[in-house]
Every structure is written in structure tokens, then in C-alpha cells.
Write a protein that binds this ligand. Sequence first.
Ligand SMILES: [Zn+2]
Length: 376
Amino acid sequence: MLFSILNSRVWNRPVAKCDVHSACEEAGRESALSMAALERSRTVLALDVGGTKLAAGLVSEGGELLESLREPTRLDTGPQGVTRQLVALAHRLLERSALPVVGVGVGCGGPLDTALGLIKSPPNLPGWTDYPLTRRLEEALQLPVWLDNDANAAALAEFSFGAGRGCREMVYLTISTGIGGGLILGGHLYTGKSGNAGELGHIQVVYDGERCNCGGQGCLEQYASGSSIARRARQLAAEHPESLLWQLEPDPAGITAHTILRALEAGDVVVRGFWDQTIQYLAAGVSSVVHTFDPQRVVIGGGITNFGEWLFGPLRQQVARRTMPPLWQGVEIVPAELGDQVGVYGAAAVALRHLEAGLAGARPPGEAPPAPGRFS
Ligand SMILES: [Zn+2]
């Protein structure tokens, strides 16, 4: 486990039960946390690692984004080069911080091994095979570092600072190019046996439907993600030359989910039927999630929230129609609140929740820090 590795290698203290990852709870250990360090400040450094951009921020315990930086990801430099970029961003923020920074959270697209801090060849980071990002950052920054996938991190962020505040059972669904999710159960992020729970885009809503990249069939992501809506809309335009889609976007390749929104607003009857069907796919997925987890709140983030009440009104109606009344009663389906900063807030939330659980500690007195910037 990550925590035992941290204990033996850098922070010579056993750790408390992890309040963040359900799997870590099984490995609960006594804490020798340096509480004094935490009581002075709970400012954390947040690093959001994407295939096109890197974002970094300093976030207070209360969820205040104090400083932030962004820059394009230089994928051509490989994992070592991108790690240098992250370290440089981190140092710029650390220099600006008036308060001591007590930990670092990292959000990154999966698959990951969060326990070992490894990046395991995500599609958006080609060549990052079993790359030990957590260890590299710890060596360079001399701070405890925790890693989680970006959807789980976003779920924690909405739960801690956004639309999920005040509830203990929350499902987060992010719908942009793809569909991801995260589960807060009993006030904890639920990650499952392999750390990959919450892949809500791969709930199968059509048993004999479209093949999916995951190896499954009929997955929600194949019908209701931004890219799937665009693909289905192009088929719709081809079958319905009377549709307003042609006037709004003469080039079929240019049809996107945004074109659908414009056609809805213009009153296109054909597109209205298409959108109703899209809502049914989403409602089938959300209803399955409600039946499974009995949440208080379903928080929906990502680009699809631009549809506003075109999305939320009919989705609530259709989930209600499909869900057993005792399970539906009291469920709120609401938009996420953190917008395009959710990546930074998410990374911060990962660190803060681990710190809250008592997993951070002071480096043993007299232990020399490793030379900064060591990369293999
Ligand atoms: Zn799938």
C-alpha cells in the first residue's frame, strides 16, 4: 500500500485508517501524525494532469483556490519531462505561498494504481506505462503526495466544496467527451477492490447495443457522451434532410452536441425526438445508479450541463418514472458547481481528505532530503 511505502521510505510514522479510500481502511494503522504541522495550516498543492494541459493550484482547507497556474502538457517530453513541468509549476506556487504547504494531491486520467502511485498507460498519456509519478513528485517536492483518478477526485471536490456539500451518499457523473463517475458512500470515496469503482459511463443501457472501447456493449457512454451525441446527431442529419441541423451546420463533420442544443432552442421537432431518446439513455443509467446506491444527491458535471433545463428537467422526470418510489424519494439531481476548476479542486480534495484522515506526518528530524529533481 502507498501508505506503508511512504512510512518506510520518507515519513517514518505509521498511519491512521484512510478516510478516503475504502480499500485503505482495511489496512488501518495507528497514527503518529504531526498534528501540530497540520493545525498551523492545511494549505495543499493541487496538480491536475491532463493530456493537453496541466493545472496547478494552492487550495486552503476551506476550499479557497488561492493561486493557480496552467500550461500545455508537453507530451513529447515523455513522463519525465512532464514531471519536470509539474515540479516547476509546483515550485512557482510554493514560492508564492505565505503558508506552509502540507501535502500534494494529484488528479490524472486512469487507469492508475492509486495505492502504488503508478500511472498505467491512460489513453491521454501515451507511453506512461507503470510510471511512478507519486514517488517522483515526493522526491522532488519533499512533501507527501497522493494520487487519484480525475473522476474520483472531481467527486471528492464536489462532495467537499461543491454541489455535494452536506450529504453522505452522493453519486457524481461527469459527461463530456466521455462519461466518468465517482461514488461517495457513507461520506467516503468508494473505490472498489481495484481502485476503479465508479466507471458509470460503462453501465450497460442497451444489452445488445453498440460495442464500447471498454470491451463491453451498449454502454451509456456510447449513447450519451458528448462524442456519442455528436456521432448520433450526424446519423440523424443524414436521415432527416428536413432537420434544422443542416441550416445550423452545413458540414456534417461540424455537428456537435452544441449543434443539438441550438436546434432544440430553435424548436426543431426531429431533434426534440432525438434529445428525448438521449434523456432516456441517461435516465436508464441514472436510475440504475439510484437503485444500486440509494444516494441523496446525483451531481452531474461536464460539458453536458450547458444544456441546463433541457437536461435536468426531463432527466428528473424520467428517472422518477423508472425508479422505485422509496428509492427515488428525496433524491436530488443537480448540476456540479466547480466548473472548469474542478480538476484543481479535485486534486486538492484528494490531499485534504487524506490529511484529514491523519495520514500525513513530519519527516523524521535530521533526515536529509533527497536531492531535488531526481528523475529516472
Ligand atoms: Zn463501455
